[in-house]
Design a protein around this ligand. Structure first.
Ligand SMILES: *Cc1c(COP(=O)(O)O)cnc(C)c1O
Length: 219
């Protein structure tokens, strides 16, 4: 089992360019699995539930960079504010205000990505292009001194049709370029999961979030 995990990680790492960051998505997977990958050298892990994230942060080495990749409810922000490295899933201005407040209490600046809705599926969270860019240009946003917008995140439609996926990633990359004009530090493009990360990298991803290809399928 553990041999496989390290092998899986190394396979993924060897299939992505060095400049693309790998977030190992460990949601639902036990601490022991994360420890194996930590020993292999992986330091960035992604989770989508606050309770699980807090528990894993408490039990594991403190030089792990934890990323929140799932929908975040404002009221749960305070639990992760002391330690979270990057929140990929900003989908409302209200959430940014709350993160700013909790970051200030912790004397931190929290890095965040704006999540854009690029897929056909209704269920996926995220801003439309205009909504997201309007927030960054607003006076209210400029008052938030304890959040930093590091870039964008998006999820493509879950489909075998590569052209649909590629088109959606192109859309996110184009939004990212518009954002860069108003916010030059917002360089990160978080796109690509187990099924589509190769396409995402071809379309300009700088950060992939890979779970099942490393850890095996989830129940
Ligand atoms: C679960 C999840 C992933 C990883 O999915 P895999 O298909 O297992 O690689 C990536 N991003 C988000 C937002 C997720 O919720």
């Amino acid at each position: 089992m553990s041999v496989n995990l390290s092998e899986n990680l190394n396979k993924v790492l060897s299939s992505i360019p060095e400049k693309v960051k790998l977030v190992a998505v460990s949601k639902t997977k036990p601490i022991e699995n994360i420890e194996v990958l930590y020993e292999t050298g992986q330091r960035i892990f992604g989770e989508n539930r606050v309770e699980e994230l807090v528990e894993k942060h408490e039990s594991l080495p403190k030089d792990i960079e934890w990323h929140m990749i799932g929908h975040l409810q404002s009221k749960k922000t305070k639990k992760i504010a002391p330690f979270i490295s990057l929140i990929h899933s900003i989908d409302s201005f209200k959430l940014l205000v709350e993160i700013n407040k909790e970051a200030k209490k912790n004397e931190r600046i929290i890095s965040c990505l704006l999540q854009f809705h690029i897929a056909k599926e209704k269920a996926k969270y995220g801003f439309s292009e205009t909504e997201g860019l309007e927030i960054i240009e607003s006076e209210e946003f400029k008052k938030l001194e304890n959040v930093s917008i590091a870039g964008v995140m998006g999820m493509a439609t879950f489909t075998k049709d590569e052209e649909v996926v590629r088109k959606e990633f192109k859309t996110l990359k184009r939004i990212s370029e518009k954002l860069l004009v108003i916010s030059p530090d917002s360089k990160t493009v978080s796109m690509g999961m187990s099924g589509d990360y190769s396409i995402a990298i071809e379309e300009g991803s700088s950060m992939v979030r890979v779970g099942s290809t490393i850890f095996g399928s989830r129940n």
